[in-house]
Structure formats: structure tokens, C-alpha cells
Design a protein around this ligand. Structure first.
Ligand code: 3PG
Length: 314
């Protein structure tokens, strides 16, 4: 059956990855329609009208998008976090939603180290920094990305700790990290790296009480979602603790909060505080390939064989 797959990416994949996605869809006899680097919701609403399937990244799929997509059967988030997809609305419309867990884990993990080293070496400004060897890193959430960071941390001679409400302590131990029994316990370590999804429970949960527990040189690494951090508390901690660092893959949407964080560190921006210009963790050729091809293959598997592995529940 002729099908149209819409690739809707506000932040485009690398061209070589798009070619690989198209190879998968055309082998199945489907048409790949591309809406890349689009600027308005109206463009997305118009593009979904004839789509049987959609591949997205952090693009928002809400009731309005679903209402405009009368033929849509499946949407695949090419990536891990799916807080941008309204799963209840999908369920209401009979649209299957999936993600592609683990496919961009290594890309994010390498960037965690990129940010840690940039900060530890004072953004290469000629002053004396410090080394990561023998230092401690604690993971909040121990899924695919955290495990990939842990693997690199091991190579760097760091000590890993982890807490994940859904993974038993003995499993964490088996994977070579020391289990911690609470979120608060993680913040006794110099580095805390966030790897939890954005949910009602995690939203704004990284607050002053936790951050103030961190030892001297305490550094929060956030490649999860910036909404997990309590903005006002972060501003206060950056202001009151001149040793504290926040390394975040993308600044808060709230421009006032972003500016206040930058002002709090002054000329230490790029050392104590790092923000990427766009969410960059998954922005590598390899991760684009992995996520994009997985998404396209999951769509073909769904239509041709009824495969529903990786489908998400509201
Ligand atoms: C994810 O959840 O997979 C990452 O945050 C990547 O998001 P992106 O596809 O928008 O870069």
C-alpha cells in the first residue's frame, strides 16, 4: 500500500542520515515527505494532512497536530524523551506512538564529557584547571544514556554512583556503579548528571535543598530536560555559591531565567555555566543515523508486520 511518511524536524537531521531514512521508506514503497527547519506550527499542521506516519524529534505533537492529521496511524519520536508527545491525545485518536530508546545514548554521553572538560579547564582560558580522574559522578536515572556516561567515566578513572527509582540496587551494582538509596544521596558527590524524563514528578524537582548539599566545586550536568531544574532556585545557588557549576544542554525557554543565570556567573559564563545554543546532545551524524533509521524501520515494521515494540503508554 502506498504510504506517506512525514519527517517533521524543527532541528534537521544531518543530510546523510535523511538519505538513510529515505532508503528505508522507499524500500518499503513509501514516500518520504520532508518538513525540515520549519518555523511555524501552521507549516506542520499543513504538512501532516496527508501523512500516514510521522517521524519527529522534539517537535510537539499535540491535539491540534493530531486533529490536522486525519490519516495518521503512527508517530515515532526519533530519540528517547517523549514529553513533547501528547500520549493521551494519541490514544484518543487511535494513533500509536513510539520512541527509539538508546539510539542516541553515546552521542549524549560524549557531550557530557565535552562539557565537563570545558568547565574543568576553565574554557581553555590559560588558567589552571583540574582533572576528572578520581572524582565522583552520580547519576539520577540509570537508563541507556547514564550507562553510556558511566562507561566513559570508568575510562576516565572516575567513581560512579547511581539512583534510579525503577532499577534495583543490585542491578546498578552489577553494572559497576555504586547504588545510592535516594535522590538526595546523589548530591553528596561532586558531579551529578541528570538522566530522568520530564514528568509531573520530576518537573522543577532539582531544587535549592538538593543543590546546596553539593560539596565544593559541585557541578550539575543536565542533558535531560531543563524543566527538571527549578529555575529560581538555580539562579539563587549560582549567585550565592561561587564554586557551583551548571552545565546544561540548552538554556531554559524563559529568557528572563536564562539571563538571570548568566548574570549570576558574570564572566565565568562558559566555565561555571554552559548552555548550548540548541539541544545538542543527540546532534551527531551517528545519532541522527541511529534514531532516524530506527524510527523509519519501526514504521515499516508496524505497517507491514504489525510490530508494536517500543510503543508508549499514556
Ligand atoms: C532525546 O530525548 O532523545 C534527546 O533530548 C534528543 O532530542 P532532539 O532529537 O530534539 O535533539
Amino acid at each position: 500500500k502506498a504510504r506517506t511518511v512525514l519527517l517533521a524536524t524543527e532541528k534537521a537531521f544531518a543530510a546523510a542520515a535523511v538519505a538513510k531514512i529515505e532508503a528505508v521508506t522507499s524500500a518499503a514503497g513509501y514516500t518520504l515527505k520532508r518538513l525540515e527547519n520549519y518555523k511555524s506550527k501552521a507549516e506542520l499542521l499543513a504538512a501532516v494532512a496527508d501523512a500516514d506516519a510521522m517521524i519527529i524529534r522534539s517537535d510537539k505533537v499535540d491535539q491540534a497536530v493530531l486533529d490536522a492529521a486525519s490519516k495518521l496511524k503512527i508517530v515515532v519520536r526519533a530519540g528517547a524523551g517523549y514529553d513533547n508527545v501528547d500520549l493521551k491525545a494519541c490514544e484518543g485518536k487511535g494513533v500509536v506512538a513510539m520512541n527509539t530508546p538508546g539510539q542516541n545514548a553515546n552521542a549524549v554521553a560524549e557531550m557530557v564529557f565535552g562539557m565537563m572538560i570545558t568547565s574543568a579547564r576553565n574554557n581553555y582560558d590559560g588558567t589552571s584547571g583540574f582533572e576528572l580522574v578520581n572524582r565522583s559522578i552520580a547519576f539520577y536515572g540509570f537508563g541507556a544514556v547514564a550507562r553510556a556516561v558511566h562507561k566513559l567515566a570508568h575510562g576516565f578513572g572516575m567513581k560512579s554512583f547511581a539512583y534510579d527509582p525503577y532499577i534495583p540496587a543490585d542491578k546498578i551494582k552489577e553494572m559497576g556503579a555504586t547504588p545510592v538509596d535516594s535522590v538526595a544521596g546523589l548530591f553528596e558527590h561532586q558531579y551529578v548528571s541528570l538522566h530522568v524524563p520530564l514528568t509531573d514528578e520530576t518537573k522543577s524537582s532539582i531544587n535549592k535543598a538538593l543543590l546546596q548539599k553539593m560539596p565544593k566545586g559541585g557541578t550539575l550536568i543536565n542533558t535531560a530536560r531543563c524543566e527538571v531544574v527549578h529555575d529560581a532556585d538555580m539562579i539563587e545557588v549560582l549567585k550565592t555559591r561561587s564554586d557551583f557549576c551548571y552545565l546544561c544542554d540548552v538554556a531554559p525557554d524563559d529568557k528572563e531565567a536564562k539571563d538571570a543565570m548568566k548574570a549570576a556567573v558574570g564572566d565565568k559564563y562558559g566555565k561555571r555555566l554552559i548552555f548550548t545554543a540548541k539541544k545538542m546532545g543527540a546532534q551527531t551524524l551517528e545519532a541522527n543515523d541511529n534514531c532516524g533509521v530506527a524510527a523509519a524501520s519501526q514504521i515499516v515494521g508496524f505497517f507491514e508486520k504489525g510490530e508494536t515494540r517500543f510503543s508508549l503508554k499514556a
